[in-house]
Write a protein that binds this ligand. Structure first.
Ligand code: GDD
Ligand code: MG
Length: 354
């Protein structure tokens, strides 16, 4: 079977992490997010994967190449201007002649694709949409079904008054390519706003496949951090690679340390936490729940709590980086600075102590 992954969005809600890095390449456990999605598809023997790209396509292409290093075959389709979710798949129509999977490029799940395919065949519908329960449906596509799972309404980002269920579109579809005839060529067109509501108006059957599988969309820094915490708690054993750690340093809980990290005396790292390759943590620093990208330097006695720091950040000694702070690449924090909680610092900014 083939799968199309939609990786054309700009990832604006993940800024400042996506100022220099496309959302699909944001590291999760020190590997690009998209690599996790490709491994997930491969685990179901789905090895023929089409990537629809738009924004910053080169970094994705140069990392994944033809896919052979990852055990898959990749086809890249680059849009000149964004075609929307359905328009992007229409643009790939020449590669699609049998039912295929479509995945939003920013979801992490262990949903059983084999069971979803069996359900799709059993219902004989032209479209199946994976559904997942969430607490706040208003930021997703809400999908109302009948008791058999047949979709009655699809409302993208509804107001609270329009919410009739906590089941939302999980961003995985099974599609019969025939339905692409309803999508105009070279036009911005969305599954969520256009194709699905139009198919329902015409009386076509769409089925929702609901499950309680793990599911998260890494659309915001909070969810990006939560994905790390969840994964480290579940799969955290045996994750460390080579690094140099001082005998008086301590780690507690699930901590992933990338290659060539240096961890100085009396450093304390409390998991779940991730240190990117080449990071350097100086004497007495304390890190808890943080995600650091590559080559981050943390000065003596600095304290980092549940925050994210992009590539090459420099955090001066004695600084305090509190809960929810997000530092873009190459941010420099002067010694003894105290950032307010949930700060968003743009790449390259120098924060001076005040
Ligand atoms: N190729 C291409 N071209 N990809 C696109 C385009 C485009 O013009 N626009 C968006 N995408 C990709 C994004 O990169 C992302 O992987 C996916 O389509 C969904 O876009 P988001 O911008 O992340 O949408 P969302 O999170 O607000 O909502 C979508 O996902 C929810 C689940 O996470 C919708 O599908 C909702 O209905 C759904 O509940
Ligand atoms: Mg999203």
């Amino acid at each position: 079977m083939k799968a199309v992954i939609l990786v054309g969005g700009e990832g604006t809600r993940l800024r400042p992490l996506t100022c220099n890095t496309v959302k699909a390449m944001v590291p999760v456990l020190n590997r690009p997010f998209l690599e996790h999605m490709i491994c997930y598809l491969r685990s179901y023997e789905i090895r023929d994967i089409i990537l629809t790209l738009c924004h910053l396509p080169d970094s994705i292409r140069s990392y994944f190449g033809d896919g052979s290093k990852f055990g898959v075959k990749l086809t890249y389709i680059v849009e000149e201007s964004p075609l929307g979710t359905a328009g992007a798949v229409k643009n790939a129509q020449r590669y699609l002649d049998e039912p295929f999977f479509i995945l939003n490029g920013d979801i992490f799940t262990d949903l059983d694709l084999g069971a979803m395919l069996a359900f799709y065949k059993q219902t004989r519908a032209k479209v199946s949409i994976a559904l997942t329960p969430v607490e706040n449906p208003t930021i997703y596509g809400v999908v109302e079904t009948d008791a058999q799972g047949r979709v009655r309404h699809f409302i993208e980002k509804p107001a609270w008054g329009e919410v009739t269920t906590n089941l939302i579109n999980a961003g995985i579809y099974l599609l019969n390519p025939e339905v692409l005839s309803g999508v105009p060529q070279d036009t911005h067109f969305m599954f969520e706003h256009h194709l699905f509501p139009q198919l329902l108006d015409k009386g076509e059957s769409i089925y929702g496949y609901s499950s309680e599988a793990y599911w998260i969309d890494i659309g915001t820094p909070e969810k990006y951090l939560k994905l790390h915490h969840d994964l480290l708690k579940r799969y955290g054993e045996g994750l460390t690679t080579q690094y140099s750690i001082h005998p008086s340093a301590q780690t507690e809980g699930k901590v992933l340390i990338g290659s060539e990290c240096h961890i100085g005396p009396r450093v304390r790292i409390e998991g779940p936490a991730t240190l990117g390759p080449g990071s350097r943590i100086e004497e007495g620093a304390q890190i808890s729940g943080a995600v650091l990208w590559r080559n981050v330097q943390v000065g003596r006695q600095a304290i980092l709590e549940n925050c994210i720091a992009g590539d090459n950040c420099f955090i001066g000694s004695g600084s305090f980086i509190p809960q929810g702070s997000v530092l873009g690449d190459n941010v420099v924090i002067e010694s003894k600075s105290n950032l307010p909680p949930s700060s968003r610092i743009w790449p390259g900014t120098k924060v001076v102590k005040h």
